[in-house]
Write a protein that binds this ligand. Structure first.
Ligand SMILES: [Zn+2]
Length: 242
């Protein structure tokens, strides 16, 4: 294997590492987007629960008022039964009548408030069902993402180990340094010089001298002689010919 061939093998592994790293960055973002979809149904469910709480409290409040009025009537009746004068008895009877009227109004209000209970309960059931359905879908999706993250991390570890091995095979520090410096700025770093004499990275036509150097490098490779770095005059990528 020539130095350029070894470099291309290293580049193949680096390419896979780049893909995996991008995917690993993207996966949590996709998960967050999916989870954000739950916000709407969560808010609907909370609103439905708040609505139910309001209706329940209203019913309870009328209930308490009615009980207080009933107690008052009972007390008035007890006091009335101990009275001696007819006049006082009549006064109490009027009062009892007034409070009884209030009680009737309050009990009517309580019944009206109770009419709202079925609709708020229905709303909760609907909101809960919608939430459960949506949550089920989101949970399943997130579980898939988590599984994918684990797979990508595993493959990335394998690729990095493989990279270390491939890098050892590029036993020319100059090539290695050049490659390592360029790979953060240009990708891929090692590209073919096409038969039209064009850099396959930036598509600039190379001067004939570059094409000659590339051809000489290929010949050296076949003959087992040392190869040198031939770079694109525009983008600096390492050019090769097979
Ligand atoms: Zn180029």
């Amino acid at each position: 294997m020539t130095i350029v061939e070894n470099l291309i093998e290293l580049q193949d592994v680096d390419g896979r590492i780049r893909e995996l790293e991008i995917e690993l960055k993207d996966l949590p973002r996709r998960k967050a987007l999916e989870t954000a979809r739950l916000k709407g149904v969560t808010a609907d469910l909370a609103a439905a629960k708040a609505g139910q709480e309001y209706v329940t409290q209203r019913v309870k409040s009328f209930e308490a008022d009615a009980q207080a009025l009933k107690d008052k009537i009972r007390d008035l009746k007890t006091a009335q039964s101990g009275l001696k004068s007819n006049k006082e008895y009549q006064q109490y009877a009027v009062q009892i009548d007034l409070v009884s009227h209030d009680l009737e109004t309050t009990e009517n209000n309580q019944l009206a408030a109770m009419d709202d209970v079925p609709s708020v309960e229905k709303r909760i059931l609907e909101a809960q069902a919608k939430f459960d359905a949506e949550k089920g879908g989101v949970d399943a999706f997130c579980a898939e993402i988590d599984a994918r993250i684990a797979d990508v991390e595993k493959e990335l570890a394998q690729c990095r180990a493989e990279r270390a091995e491939k890098a050892k095979l590029v036993d020319d520090p100059q090539f290695m340094l050049y490659y390592e410096r360029l790979r953060t700025k240009r990708w891929p770093v090692v590209v073919q010089l096409t038969h039209d004499g064009v850099c396959d990275g930036c598509h600039l036509v190379q001067p004939p001298s570059v094409a000659q150097l590339v051809a000489a490098n290929a010949k050296n490779g076949v003959e087992g002689k040392p190869q040198r770095i031939v770079a694109c005059t525009m983008c600096g990528r390492i050019l090769y010919d097979i």
